[in-house]
Design a protein around this ligand. Structure first.
Ligand SMILES: Nc1nc2c(ncn2[C@@H]2O[C@H](COP(=O)(O)OP(=O)(O)OP(=O)(O)O)[C@@H](O)[C@H]2O)c(=O)[nH]1
Ligand SMILES: [Mg+2]
Ligand SMILES: [Zn+2]
Length: 297
């Protein structure tokens, strides 16, 4: 039995980098997962530290999964420390409702977060994203403004990601793979035209893969825009909004959902203009989603 790290998952195979080996395609052992995992409804994830053994056909079997320090369902990955939320300012247009949704999931998972805006070279006519992004800085999120095409802002992102294990998340076509390529000159992950993709609903990146970067790892992932609040309780939601969360302790009732309860400090803060009303609106929309999910199951 040997130890290793799953760096890629594709078509039912897990690609394990044996401990002590330098990253690179030649070093990877192509493994199947042992049947026992399926029985227990767990599956290995990229980022998992595993025990594996070699089989006769030159492949391997993942036998055991090490304890995880973090776990995301979308994108599916374990043991990352930092989530890099990637949004383009145009093509597709900046979407702060989706950003808030991603942030809720990341806060719940307990990861550090940075927000990267891409494609600033497109200079959209609608510059509303500028005023929409500033409040996130005040909430304590690091924000990077980049153009992979013009190599702007790339060094700052690289410096932030060095030595950590980070995962990229964002809609299809925002430029995740392009950004990873920009971070690592010489790397050529496939990227594709957005116009073709919109027509056919095409996703260019189809698997999760960890790529070595300056003493750390960065995971490129397939794009997605649908996210369900499957694991979140209504009572937990405001904890995942850093700004709402600061007002919640002053609410009259413990367990206040900040909706129609009397003496709600969150609603008061919105009314006084201290708390961004769009953040509160997204909060209410997500709260409704969670309650509706409860009704369905
Ligand atoms: N103008 C401009 N275009 C960019 C930039 N970054 C990426 N693109 C283009 O945006 C399109 C999508 O880029 P990808 O990197 O494939 O996007 P992705 O987020 O990896 O997409 P999925 O793999 O489907 O999730 C490509 O045509 C890129 O050339 C940028 O900084 N500026
Ligand atoms: Mg991609
Ligand atoms: Zn309240």
């Amino acid at each position: 039995m040997a130890k290793g790290l799953i760096v890629k998952a594709l078509s039912g195979y897990y690609y394990v980098l044996p401990e002590g080996q330098a990253p690179g395609t030649e070093a990877l052992v192509q493994c199947r997962a042992r049947g026992i995992f399926k029985k227990h409804k767990v599956s290995p994830l990229v980022g998992d530290r595993v025990d594996f053994s070699l089989t006769e056909n030159g492949e391997g079997t993942v036998d055991a999964i090490g304890e995880r320090t973090s776990e995301l369902i979308r994108p599916p990955i374990a043991n990352t420390e930092l989530a890099v939320l990637v949004f383009s300012v145009q093509e597709p247009a900046f979407n702060d409702q989706l950003l808030d949704k991603f942030l809720v999931h990341i806060e719940k998972a307990g990861l550090d977060t940075v927000i990267v805006l891409t494609k600033t070279d497109l200079k959209p006519e609608d510059t509303e994203w500028v005023s929409r992004i500033e409040p996130y800085r005040r909430m304590g999120y690091d924000i990077f403004i980049t153009s992979s095409k013009q190599m702007e802002g790339i060094d700052a992102v690289r410096a932030r990601l060095s030595g950590t294990v980070s995962v990229f998340a964002g809609q299809s076509g925002v430029g995740k793979s392009s950004l990873v390529n920009a971070l690592l000159p010489g790397l050529k992950l496939a990227t594709d035209e957005i116009s073709m993709r919109l027509g056919r609903g095409k996703h260019t990146t189809r698997h999760v893969e960890l790529i070595p970067l300056n003493g750390g790892w960065v995971a490129d992932t397939p794009g997605f825009s649908q996210l369900d609040f499957l694991e979140l309780e209504a009572e937990e939601l405001s904890d995942c909004f850093r700004d709402l969360h600061t007002y919640a302790p002053a609410c009259r009732f413990r367990g206040c959902l900040h909706h129609k309860e009397p003496g709600c400090a969150v609603r008061a803060a919105v009314e006084q203009g201290e708390l961004a009303s769009w953040r509160y609106e997204h909060y209410l929309q997500f709260l409704t989603e969670i309650k509706e999910r409860k009704r369905r199951y």
